[in-house]
Design a protein around this ligand. Structure first.
Ligand code: AMP
Length: 120
């Protein structure tokens, strides 16, 4: 993918230029409800750093940023009460992955069975 676009929607949310329905925040991570939820719980977890994708994040994030992202997924799933029954975490990457917003984000989707992993 190309370099980080500072005008992507999630960068604007991080700068406070557009609102979000915040669920969790710490030094490295922001999480908010997806604007078009696909299940009873649909939350996006994003790093505060300017990473385009999981490819970028995996290669360039600090250990603290990586740990915080995964710890936030766990905290949120437990706080929302979906960890026990299970949930899906999805990260779309690039064109083939169907990534619409070029700031790395992890979808947390649950609260009901979420169906097949990919379209047949
Ligand atoms: P992806 O296709 O993996 O890039 O997912 C992008 C997600 O961002 C979609 O599920 C959208 O519904 C969601 N989304 C787009 N704009 C906003 C917004 N302003 N606030 C919250 N979620 C958003």
């Amino acid at each position: 993918m190309d370099g980080y676009d500072e005008d992507n929607i999630f960068a604007k949310i991080l700068r406070g230029e557009i609102p979000c329905d915040r669920v969790y925040e710490d030094e490295y991570v922001l999480a908010f409800n997806d604007i078009a939820p696909k299940a009873p719980v649909h939350i996006l977890v994003i790093p505060k750093g300017p990473y385009v994708s999981i490819d970028d994040f995996g290669a360039n994030a600090s250990p603290e940023e990586s740990k915080a992202l995964f710890a936030a997924v766990s905290k949120i799933a437990n706080e929302k009460g979906i960890a026990q029954a299970g949930f899906r975490s999805i990260t779309n990457t690039g064109d083939n992955g169907g990534q619409e917003i070029a700031h790395f984000h992890m979808h947390i989707i649950g609260g009901a069975p979420v169906g097949p992993m990919v379209a047949e």
